[in-house]
Ligand binder design. Structure first.
Ligand SMILES: Cc1cc2nc3c(=O)[nH]c(=O)nc-3n(C[C@H](O)[C@H](O)[C@H](O)COP(=O)(O)O)c2cc1C
Length: 269
């Protein structure tokens, strides 16, 4: 889909030369060339392909094989418009061939436990909620990797959590579930301008044996200023400034998440 070779993708991620080449590097190229794509062609992804992608998602590892996630696809035109509205009306949600709402789902396992005479009291805990979030994320990312290997691209939608109550209503979610993020999938639009986005230096995220607070960000802020400028975004603003703003801002509708979880029977004790 996006044709960068491993070495080039590495340079775009880190601004340095890759230590790896040859077959191993070739195999990894498809993972390093990921980018979020927000503009799609008219080509539809067939239902059979989607079934294959759901199988890929279900093939992800899952805590104790509990499979504590579900996904709701939203294809009906009016309902897609509705869900887009709940997610800040982002254009890619309207445009995508398929839209999925990934959910933490502890209700299925609660019912299974009930049915065999167990009392699923442990579900009402930070531990099980965390397991559900991890399961949902692993499944979705496996789906995205599979999709990207077929020339399909996507964009996650965290804005699915902007109004968790309305999402519950629209999707008919039962208790012990929450819509945790959305995912748009489609074939990229011709000439779509999505570029590989630089990431933190490996030194900043990969510690050996013990965490090292002194590592800092290396040259990442400078690299991101260049990237943003190349994209015509936020001239002169670096990653720390942009991210700092993101974490110091108000939570808006997402403030409701904690109360919603409690009402859903996912009180994080
Ligand atoms: C859980 C999650 C939620 C996201 N939510 C949104 C979103 O609501 N809208 C959007 O345009 N991108 C969203 N993104 C995409 C990120 O902005 C993107 O992954 C990040 O900037 C890195 O860019 P890249 O994916 O192109 O490498 C989300 C990504 C994740 C993992």
């Amino acid at each position: 889909m996006f044709g960068e070779k491993f070495g080039e993708a590495w340079r775009l991620r880190y601004g340095s030369e890759s230590p790896l080449s040859g077959d191993e590097a070739d195999q990894l190229a498809r993972f390093l060339t990921h980018r979020s794509v927000r503009s799609y062609s008219d080509r539809e992804i067939s239902r059979d392909v989607i079934a294959g992608l759901v199988a890929a998602a279900q093939s992800a590892a899952t805590s104790s094989n509990l499979q504590m996630w579900s996904v709701v696809s939203v294809q009906d035109y009016a309902r897609r418009k509705e869900i887009a509205k709940l997610c800040a009306d982002q254009n890619q949600i309207h445009d995508a061939s398929w839209f999925f709402a990934f959910c933490v789902d502890l209700e299925r396992i609660a019912r299974a436990a009930d049915a065999v005479g167990e009392n699923p009291t442990a579900l009402d805990s930070a531990e099980f909620y965390t397991m559900g979030v991890v399961d949902a994320a692993l499944a979705a990312e496996r789906m995205v990797c599979a999709a990207e290997s077929m020339g399909i691209a996507g964009c996650y939608i965290g804005a699915l959590r902007n109004d968790v109550y309305a999402v519950k209503e629209l999707l008919g979610l039962p208790k012990r579930t929450i819509g945790i993020f959305g995912l748009c999938l489609g074939y990229p639009a011709e000439g779509v301008g999505a570029e590989i986005k630089p990431r933190l230096n490996q030194d900043s995220v990969w510690f050996e044996e013990v965490y090292d607070l002194e590592r800092g960000l290396g040259d990442y802020d400078e690299r991101m200023v260049e990237f943003y400028e190349s994209q015509g975004m936020n001239p002169g603003v670096n990653w720390s400034q942009r991210s700092g703003r993101r974490v110091s801002g108000e939570l808006g509708g997402r403030k409701a998440i904690r109360g919603f979880l409690a009402e859903q029977g996912l009180d994080l004790r």
